[in-house]
Design a protein around this ligand. Structure first.
Ligand code: ATP
Ligand code: MG
Length: 395
């Protein structure tokens, strides 16, 4: 099936108004590679206000960069005006862009030849930089001189490395040698932009190739917490990382970070929720590396964290990863309770039984009961719990 079917009427409307519009960038690349397409980028010669006059329902999501969100039949499409980015400053992409009417100009400012193709609705590919050829050769090559392109926007270096992991391609020779030369420019790039590329690298299939490239090109020297710390990456390279997802990669990475692990993740500007998750997961990993899960550990970690930890542990221990999710899931589901809410008693029961007002003692008692139930020392019913709590042995 044509994955671009839904955008055909959108492009036709733009064309009917007298402008050009094409599918561009990653979606054309992924289509030619027969990879799943996650977002379809449309580029047009129409300026943002012109797009807004063609479609009744639009949102200005990034109008200063030329992007208008068009909503048709409840589905939204990002439509971006052809643009150039002539005035690069501080080794970053400029805040200001110039809108142009020429597709060629727009394709020229794109990073790699494989990302600099356009496709019209008849399926013809416009490929001024031989991107298709490079796709066939599985080569990542900058549009024009890598030296110039990396100096314009140093993030492109990290993008090059993440595409290695994502696509399993290699870098063209000149592109690769330029990495090492310009790696220091990465210190000008915001950590947020770098992090989002690393996340994609961590989700790719060929993580080892990318990580070795980070070391070989000395890029690690300009990444948070990894200056003079290439051994952290080297420790990960010992393993087959392909089965791990990004969440699991963060757990593995942090396992090898010495010192303040929370500060390391903060330096990477990771969201608090993720920091908490990884920091909570790490002690479970240390235990799992020594011996198998206890029911109470599975209970405390929760099913998805236990599953992530198990994947990482198996990589480190050299165990096969088949069935790990099913096994963790079975352990979790066979626990007497899955959360404190499943307990047959509540704090109110304690207050009744002891005729005492609430306080921190309730939490402490609940925890004790929770553990005893999970460890099957008592059955999860009110009577058993009461007897267990107030028998002379367990006061
Ligand atoms: P993904 O499949 O991960 O989304 P992508 O190639 O679509 O990969 P995006 O970040 O979505 O990557 O960018 C869309 C397109 O914009 C790219 O294909 C490329 O043509 C262009 N592009 C993105 N970032 C840059 C950059 N830093 N310099 C030049 N062109 C870029
Ligand atoms: Mg994209």
């Amino acid at each position: 099936m044509n994955p671009f079917k839904e955008v055909v009427p959108i492009i036709q409307k733009i064309e009917a108004a007298g402008y050009e519009a094409y599918i561009v960038g990653g979606s054309v690349r992924d289509y030619l590679l027969r990879r799943p397409i996650h977002d379809i980028d449309i580029a047009t010669s129409a300026f943002p206000h012109e797009i807004k006059s063609i479609f009744p329902n639009t949102v200005d999501v990034g109008i200063e960069h030329g992007t208008v969100l068009v909503i048709e039949k409840g589905i939204s499409y990002e439509i971006t005006t052809f643009r150039t980015e002539s005035e690069y400053e501080g080794y970053r992409r400029p805040e200001k862009v110039t809108f142009v009417r020429s597709l060629l100009e727009d394709l020229k400012r794109r990073d790699f030849t494989m990302n600099a193709m356009a496709m019209d609705i008849s399926g013809s590919i416009i490929d001024p930089f031989n991107g298709k050829h490079d796709l066939q050769q599985r080569v990542i090559k900058t549009v024009g001189s890598p030296h110039e392109r990396f100096q314009e926007d140093a993030l492109r270096m990290i993008r090059a490395v993440r595409f290695v992991s994502q696509l399993g391609f290699v870098l063209a020779e000149e592109t690769q040698s330029a990495l090492k030369q310009h790696a220091p420019l990465l210190s000008y790039i915001s950590i947020e932009r770098i992090s989002s590329e690393i996340e994609k690298l961590f989700n790719g299939q060929r993580k080892e190739d990318s990580l070795s490239l980070l070391i070989k090109s000395t890029i690690n020297e300009y990444l948070p917490g990894l200056k003079n710390r290439k051994h952290i990456i080297e420790s990960m390279l010992v393993y087959d990382l392909s089965p791990l997802n990004a969440r699991q990669m963060w757990i593995l990475l942090l396992h090898f970070v010495e010192g303040d692990k929370r500060a390391f993740m903060q330096e990477w500007k990771q969201p608090n929720k993720k920091i908490k998750y990884v920091i909570k997961a790490l002690p479970f990993l240390e235990c799992r590396l020594k011996k198998d899960w206890t029911p109470f550990q599975v209970y405390n970690a929760g099913e998805s964290m236990a599953s992530d930890v198990e994947a990482v542990a198996r990589i480190i221990l050299g165990l096969a990863l088949d069935q790990y999710e099913a096994q963790i899931s079975a352990s979790f589901n066979s626990l007497p309770i899955q959360s404190v809410k499943d307990l047959a008693v509540t704090g109110d029961d304690f207050m009744n039984w002891e005729d005492k007002p609430g306080g921190p003692w309730i939490k402490e008692k609940l925890e004790r009961v929770e553990r005893a139930v999970v460890e099957e020392k008592i059955v999860n019913d009110k009577d058993s719990i009461r007897r267990w709590l107030y028998s002379c042995n367990h006061r």
